[in-house]
Design a binder for this molecule. Structure first.
Ligand code: ARG
Length: 467
């Protein structure tokens, strides 16, 4: 293997790496996607070098022009990536060096360690902002369903047993809250990413008179008032992968949310529930059973959440026990976050599409929610309002439920005398409790599914999600 194959670090080596080692250690096959951030970083870095007089303005301009041309070729798919040059950084630098003599000065006061940390911070800012937008897309799809069909009553479940009636909107807005926390977590990643690593060098900065703040401003690593934000410890900067973990954790948590929503949708679309029909465009048939329509998009949302959790676990395991500072192990930090981003992005779009196309089966929902037993708690509340302690009221209603069960009638089909025999505080008006509309109206407090509150939440989400 020829010595010259590694122009960037080959100086002290008498032979290049073995072919097998090259195949084993290259990362350009996956980090090439960082090219535009790498080029952005190199342009800012060279602008800083010119600013402090380490290179001339002409050299800076030549480097910028060369980098722009390379980016153009990459975007056009014409750039040839060579695994011999290991990674995105060296591929671009090698290409630039062939064209621009001043490229030999580009890596002044820089290491691939602070370079890759910078590329990744720029990437995280970009993808986290993209995911916030996609979360908004899924939330808007939810909002549309709420506007269209939100007033339909369905049973709410605990332990997957019918518990109490809610309007569909209330259930959808529970998902809305989950997604909103996901957006907040991605927003937090953007904040956390917003510190410039460049100038940290390989581990201990540089003896050269650089201006880290200048570079930070060039790259947009600034606070709300435009003041530069640079990382505060060079060793931590090149060793830290907390941001990767925070991002993967945000994706994994979002994945858990996708999975839980998907599970509800799968149940609702089953023959046993039949509350909804999922859109054909997001379902498939069975190769054997002609009658089947399978909720594949939801099942895959549920399945992909496992993968998102796995990526988080990979990063936690990767970084645990690593001595400070940079170790080559850390090259393995990228595939999991790239995958988490790709999968979270497509999950959000698929979730939005599935929600947008689903149809509500109003009759089935009405049937399911008609069971007066769902208002047994309201009946206990009725007794409480008549001065009965809640434990006693709960017990009395339990006895009434048992009575109806053994008489094989619905709760509201018992006679007034029969329930009064269970508890004397049941008045002649006890059956009013089973008026569903009234029952919903009585849920007046913030966060409850009463019509006033649901209307308030609808207005709140319309305001938040205004395009
Ligand atoms: N491809 C490497 C990575 O992603 C870049 C940093 C290499 N640094 C080094 N000291 N070999 O981690």
């Amino acid at each position: 293997m020829a010595k010259h194959s590694q122009a960037t670090w080959g100086g002290r080596f008498s032979a290049g790496p073995a072919e097998l080692m090259l195949r084993f250690s290259e990362s350009v096959s996956f980090d090439a996607r960082l090219a535009r951030f790498d080029i952005e970083g190199s342009k800012a870095h060279s602008a800083m070098l010119a600013h402090v007089g380490l290179i001339s303005a002409e050299e800076r301009d030549a480097i910028h022009a060369g980098l722009d041309r390379i980016l153009g070729e990459i975007d056009a798919g014409k750039f040839v990536w060579n695994p011999q040059f290991e990674d995105v950084h060296m591929n671009i630098e090698q290409a630039l060096t062939k064209r621009v003599p001043a490229a030999a000065k580009l890596h002044t006061a820089r290491s691939r360690n602070d370079q890759v940390a910078t590329d990744m911070r720029l990437w995280f800012k970009h993808v986290a902002a993209d995911l916030v937008e996609r979360v908004r897309g899924a939330q808007r799809a939810l909002l549309d369903v709420a506007v269209r069909d939100g007033g339909v009553l369905i049973p709410g479940y605990t332990h997957l047993q019918r518990a109490q009636p809610v309007v569909l909107s209330h259930h959808l807005f529970a998902w809305m809250e989950m997604l909103d926390r996901d957006a907040a977590r991605f927003q937090a990643v953007i904040e956390q990413a917003n510190w410039c690593p460049l100038g940290s060098g390989a581990i201990a900065g540089t003896t050269l008179p650089i201006d880290r703040e200048f570079t930070a401003v060039q790259l947009g690593f600034v606070d709300a008032r435009g003041r530069p934000q640079v990382t505060q410890n060079s060793m931590d900067t090149v060793a830290d992968r907390d941001l990767f973990i925070a991002f993967a954790a945000a994706c994994a948590t979002a994945g858990v949310h996708f999975s839980r929503m998907a599970e509800d949708l799968i149940l609702w679309s089953s023959f046993e529930f039949k509350f909804i029909d999922l859109p054909d465009a997001f379902c498939t048939g069975s190769s054997l059973m002609p009658q089947k329509k399978n909720p594949d998009s939801c099942e895959l949302l549920r399945g992909k959440s496992a993968r998102l959790q796995g990526n988080l676990h990979t990063l936690l395991t990767l970084t645990k026990g690593l001595p400070l500072t940079y170790n080559r192990d850390l090259q393995e930090d990228k595939p999991p976050v790239f995958d988490s981003y790709d999968q979270t992005a497509i999950c959000l779009d698929v979730l939005a599409g599935t929600l947008a196309g689903m149809a509500i089966n109003r009759e089935r929902c009405a049937e399911a929610v008609a069971d007066p037993a769902l208002l047994a708690t309201d009946l206990a509340d009725y007794l409480v309002m008549r001065g009965v302690p809640f434990r006693e009221a709960h017990h009395a209603v339990g006895a009434v439920v048992k009575l109806a069960e053994s008489a094989k009638v619905k709760l509201d089909q018992l006679g007034t005398a029969e329930v009064q025999a269970v508890h004397p505080q049941f008045g002649p008006d006890w059956l009013e409790v089973f008026d569903l509309k009234r029952a919903m109206e009585m849920r007046r407090g913030t966060g409850m599914p009463g019509p006033k509150q649901v209307k308030r939440q609808l207005a709140r989400w319309q305001r938040i999600l205004k395009p």
